[in-house]
Structure formats: C-alpha cells, structure tokens
Write a protein that binds this ligand. Structure first.
Ligand code: AMP
Length: 304
C-alpha cells in the first residue's frame, strides 16, 4: 500500500520582501512529498522533468526515501519553471513567469509498482492530467485529495468539474472557494462545492489557518503565529502532504481524523515558510515536528 503524489517537480525563482533566489528546486509534488515523508512511507511521485534537473536534485527525494521511478526525465527538454514575487502582505503574490516546458505535454506514466496506491494526492496541474493519472492508477484509492487553483477555474472549468466528481477532498484557498461557488460566505460556498462531488472541502486561509467542511460539520484550525515568515512558496503543498500523510499513517478516513490531519498539515506548512524553497522543510527532525504539534494543541486549548 502506498501514497502516490502526482504534481510538478520544478525550478522556481522567488522574490520576497526578505530576499531573492535564482533557480531553486520547487514544485507542488516536491513540497508535498517531502512534507509527507516525515509521517508515512512508501511515497511514490508521478511527475516529469527535463534533463536540466540534476541528479543531485533528484537525490533530495531519494534521501527522504521517496520512490521517483514515476518521474520521467525528458532528454533535451527543460523542466517546468515558475517565478513569483510576494508583496509586503505575504498572502499576496504575483506570478512573473510560468514556463510550462516539459509540463506542456505531460503524459503521466504510472509504473506497475505504483498500482498499490491507497492514498492519492493530485497536486495542482491541469484537471485533464489529474483525470488521466486517476484513470491510469486503476484500482480505487481509499482517499483522493485534489489541489487546484483559480487558473484552472478560468480556463478549464468543465474538466475541473468532471474531476471533482471523482475525488474525496478538495483543497483550495478562500478566494478560489468563492470563485468556484459564486458565493462570498465560505459556509455557503462550502455547501455548493460539496454538491459538486467532494465529500470534504478544506479552505486554506494563509496565515489565518484553514477550515474543514464535511459530514455536516466544520472544524477551524489556526496557523501557528510565526515571528518571521520568509517565503510562503509551497506552504499549501506542504500542508496537503502533511494532511494526507497523517491519514495514510493512521489508515482511517473520517472527519475526526481529518481534524488531526489538518494540524499535521499546518505544522509542516509552518516549517516550510521559515526559509526559501525546500531548505527548511527538507531538514527537519521528528522531535521538532512533535514540539510544534504540541504548540498547536496549546494554542487552541480551552476549557468550558
Ligand atoms: P504554492 O505556494 O503552494 O501555491 O505552490 C508553489 C509551487 O507550485 C511552486 O514550487 C511552483 O513550482 C508550483 N507551481 C506554480 N504554478 C504551477 C502550475 N501552473 N502548475 C503546476 N505547478 C505550479
């Protein structure tokens, strides 16, 4: 049994009020895979890179015990490249460059060894590719989590609505929930989105935490108040990796377990934002993670 993550493995160039990077390793599957690797194994990634993505970069995955036999390496082609610039309010960013390169014709190849997939995370990609990956994984994963963004709502809404009918959990941010539902109230938005197919909806609200909707209930988790946020890139993907990693580890999929899974996701995301790129999240020890989980518990504890 395994956790399969489908998503981008990329180069990013990032600018925040605190500094700037040249090309560094990024990608949704990268952040999600590394985050989940502190909680659950085996993890298998499906993605594509060009031959400019060095062996040392791929070693980042193998050093975390992640199976990369589903990452295709395209000779003579370039990896996906994304560049973004954050405002003083780090919840706001402008995308400067999106060079799809190898992602433009991404045809996900699923190795036979991946067919033991029980937990599936479909990272932010074209809904059509998410659908193909889902179909090629055959079986019926116990849990399918899908992440998407406003870009796909703008240009591929029909495909997105199609794939939404086949998944269990949708993770999007508050603006995207409003766009997808046409409702400003997040409670009304959730009601509408849950009728589109997913059984659960997670609305991410950056430094204001996350909301979980499903089974007729709502759970609200804060984000850990941090003195310094350096680079929010990948926070949503790290969140998704921690979330599904927790559920895979415990093997139970219901609202009660998702409460804890959200705290694990928020914890991994809180590390991610402390340094540029994957620098912080790829260098954690389990005691640091445990300490932060306890901080979350203390942050939200109250007695009636
Ligand atoms: P997040 O900050 O959680 O939105 O994720 C940022 C990561 O997503 C970056 O490392 C990018 O490489 C990757 N990314 C940005 N745009 C896209 C896109 N259109 N398709 C796939 N991955 C993307």
């Amino acid at each position: 049994m395994s956790l399969v993550i489908v998503g981008s493995v990329a180069y990013d160039a990032i600018e925040t009020p605190y500094g700037k990077t040249d090309k560094i390793v990024g990608g949704a599957a990268t952040y999600a895979g590394i985050a989940a690797s502190y909680i659950y194994h085996p993890i298998r990634i499906v993605s594509v890179v060009g031959d400019d993505f060095g062996a040392d970069n791929l070693a980042l995955f193998t050093s975390r015990g992640i199976d990369i036999s589903g990452i295709q390496i395209k000779p003579g082609e370039k990896s996906f490249f994304w560049s973004g610039k954050y405002h003083e309010d780090l919840n706001r960013r402008d995308t400067l460059i999106t060079d799809l390169n190898v992602l433009a014709n991404f045809n996900p190849v699923i190795p036979d060894s991946y067919l033991d997939c029980e937990y599936l995370l479909l990272g932010n990609l074209t809904p059509q590719v998410q659908l193909i990956a889902l179909e090629r994984l055959k079986g019926n994963p116990k849990l399918i989590v899908l992440d998407t963004m406003n870009f796909w709502m703008d240009i591929a809404l029909d495909d997105l609505l199609h794939v939404l009918r086949k998944i269990d959990v949708l993770t999007i941010n508050d603006e995207e929930a409003r766009q997808l539902s046409g409702e400003y109230s997040l409670v009304k938005a959730a009601e509408k989105i849950l009728k589109m197919g997913p059984k659960y909806l997670i609305v991410k609200k950056g430094e204001h935490g996350a909301l979980l909707f499903g089974e007729g209930k709502i759970f609200a988790a804060p984000a850990l108040p941090l003195a310094e946020v350096f680079d929010p890139t990948g926070a949503g993907d790290s969140f998704a990796g921690g979330f599904i990693g927790y559920l895979a580890k415990h093997g139970i999929v219901n609202f009660e377990h998702m409460r804890n899974a959200i705290i694990y996701g928020s914890t991994l995301a809180s590390f991610c934002v402390e340094k540029f790129g994957v620098h912080r999240i790829s260098d954690l020890d389990t005691s640091a993670i445990q300490e932060r989980i306890e901080k979350f518990s203390e942050l939200t504890r109250f007695t009636l």
